[in-house]
Design a protein around this ligand. Sequence first.
Ligand code: SER
Length: 321
Amino acid sequence: MIKQEKILITGANGQLGSVLAKRLQEKHGVNNVVATDIVADEDFVGNFEILDVLDFERLKSIVIQNEITQIYHLAAILSASGEKHPKRTWDINTKTLFNVLDVSVIQNVNKLFFPSSIAVYGTNAPKINTPQSYELTPTTVYGISKVAGENWAKYYFDNYDLDIRSVRYPGVIGHQTLPGGGTTDYAVDIFYKAINETNFECFLSKNTTLPMIYMDDAIRATIELMDAPKKSISIRTSYNIAGMSFSPEELTYAIQKIYPNFKTLYKPDFRQKIASSWPSSIDDSVAKKDWNWNPLFGIDEMTKIMIEELKLKQKTKLQKT
Ligand code: SER
């Protein structure tokens, strides 16, 4: 008989965590998922624990009490927020990872998921079709913490046989929960302005092309990587995955197909420098080869769904008030 997996998610209130928690509940059963975050989520349906992942003893007791077999460690400070408090960001992003790595080894957790990012690349890397393996010279503390994390992941795999798996997420676009503190957040914020038929002020320049991925693809990549046979995983740092690539101007054109009068005004701020140091598009051929990764959503489909879903959400909210 296959043993029932028991899942722990950190950062479950976040942009990815909130959607991943639901997906994992569908897959493993509501009672087999423990969602955690530093603050409570009143609307969460299922098991929820308040957890500051810096608190190793509390993390360990939740893992023991719930007989956790898999951890998805999503709690982290993102690129733009991270630059405001560099050392604190380093501490939080790396200490929480160590706590999760160590508890996994001590408590025999079978599998661990660690999200990395396109932020691991620096200005020296080729911008187009950035290869899986290249010298990583990140420009942000977030990126530095992800490069370190990727290498520690491989170290724990090599030395403790911990089955830790990772993808380098592009900017994630979803309608469920707002992202917070990232450089790619504009690509979500823009839709809230579009549905309210107001102009959008973009903190990146119009031709800043970045790799992006629609939420459904990001979640599916995560689950498919975690389900892949161990022997097919050749990358133990982190896999490049691509969805789509576009600039703010191209996204504006896509939105104008639905809202012809929609306009974006460009006012680049400190986040421009971060975005300019990142790839424009990603070579994900290794993920395709190893575990059959294949993105399904392009810019026009994503735009259509984002607008439909956000309008629906707004309507439901208005009906409730
Ligand atoms: N979306 C993230 C950010 O902008 C990149 O991983 O920080």
